[in-house]
Design a protein around this ligand. Sequence first.
Ligand code: AHG
Ligand code: MN
Ligand code: MN
Length: 336
Amino acid sequence: MQAQTFSTFLAKTQRYFSSADHDGLPRVLNDVASACIKISSIVRLGALAGTSGSLASTNTHGETQQVLDLESNRIFLEAGQISGLIAGMASEEMEQPFIENHQQKGRYLLVFDPLDGSSNISLNLSVGSIFSILRCPDGVEVPALQDFLQPGSQQVAAGYALYGTSTMLVITTGQGVNGFTLDDALGEFVLTHPDMAIPHEAKEFAINMSNQRFWELPVQRYIAECLAGVEGVRGKDFNMRWVASMVAEVHRILVRGGIFMYPVDEKTRERGGRLRLLYEANPMAFIIEQAGGLASTGYEPMMGVQPLSLHQRVGVILGSKVEVERVVAYHHQQQD
Ligand code: AHG
Ligand code: MN
Ligand code: MN
């Protein structure tokens, strides 16, 4: 069978994009895919690219920026300006949004984490890119910061690229989740994981255990029950993984099920959590739920959270539906 490239897939699935809401979306997605291919080629070069070091600068979150964080940000900004369909972009690496300065009215807003898990770069471990596409509100020609503050439920499309042992692009436009693998010889993504669905049976959890003493009681309870294994109330043994790259964790969950948690705890409470709502939590929540899973803050559905600021942080609990439901139930019981 002829391999289906990403652009062929987009052309074939035009019916998904027939509404005015999705007008021009394939072009935008193609440009984002091209950005990911460029980032992939630099990531693959490792230290040879001369981009493996840290910079003296810090981003808006006070985190040290890697050369590759900024280079990936530049590549996304460049790609986002090709179609003329994107009115504005916001990123983890920019304090303020970048507003497109063109005559044509852009229909979309692009929000991204250009390089996720960047502490893994110097270790030659998995990193990724995460993106979310929102609609530029009707009647808005030049978007303001406020226009980016849309709940995840309003995302038009979302996805991530995983620069792992192979490079993959996983996307949703609200019609399920499809995964593509980069064929380096072809220079294109090829559909390898159609209609991705999270397995129901889950026996694996991902959480940074070093934060255990800071967790809230519902998280303490859930993890304690997992650790109790076959002798405990869960009646089965669990496995644990922590890659320190959300993209890699989410991808693992899509392929073999499980749960990922970066909850609000005593350490992160003042900041609202560790991960960012608009360009980490929401796009991943959209993908996870389109694949049959669930995403929550512990207290409310992730995609129902009304953002109040561009770089807002949030507690994240996502993965196999029954596992997330259990953790959410523990949070609600605590409140009762
Ligand atoms: P980023 O590199 O974009 O700042 O994101 C890293 C995030 C996320 O990918 C991962 O789950 C988490 O940080 C890892 O946190 P710890 O350092 O606490 O393990
Ligand atoms: Mn990140
Ligand atoms: Mn990042």
